[in-house]
Design a protein around this ligand. Structure first.
Ligand SMILES: [Zn+2]
Ligand SMILES: [Zn+2]
Length: 143
């Protein structure tokens, strides 16, 4: 008789508070500077500033060097290294349906897609459907 491992046992769990080593999906550059996840944010008027997020899972922190009104959606969010837009077209926030940003995060075995909502104050984040089959985020609203 074959011993079957349940799907659940094989899932990798990214624990609450895990430090997410983050990379740009375009140029593969590290997005962490001084233990902070730093991106370029562009507001409705085209003004550009730095968006500073917590690189720890479920430790929510969002600051920017330009004034972004609460609950407003960023016009664009870009990689500080290659300036490519990180906003994706094929997915939106599962809480507020705003556009989302995709970065790469290092899991145990490989780098995975990690999505972050572009609306200020929204804490939604998630994995791709494919990665979510093998990996789950602890304490997340989503998984
Ligand atoms: Zn880049
Ligand atoms: Zn959202």
């Amino acid at each position: 008789m074959q011993l079957m491992m349940s799907k659940e046992n094989m899932r990798e769990i990214i624990a609450h508070g895990t430090y997410l080593r983050s990379f740009c999906p375009h140029c593969n550059d590290v997005l962490i500077v001084d233990d902070l996840l730093k991106l370029i944010i562009i507001d409705e008027s085209g003004e550009q500033g730095e968006l500073i997020l917590s690189p720890y899972l479920n430790v929510f922190r969002s600051e920017s060097t330009i004034q972004i009104p609460d609950r407003s959606i960023a016009k664009d969010i870009r990689c500080p290294c290659c300036s490519a837009s990180l906003i994706v077209k094929d997915r939106d926030c599962e809480h507020c349906h705003s556009s989302v940003v995709k970065i790469l995060v290092e899991a145990v075995s490989h780098r995975i897609d990690f999505y972050i909502c572009s609306r200020k104050g929204c804490k939604w984040h998630g994995l791709s459907q494919l990665d979510a089959q093998d990996i789950c985020l602890e304490d997340s609203d989503e998984w």
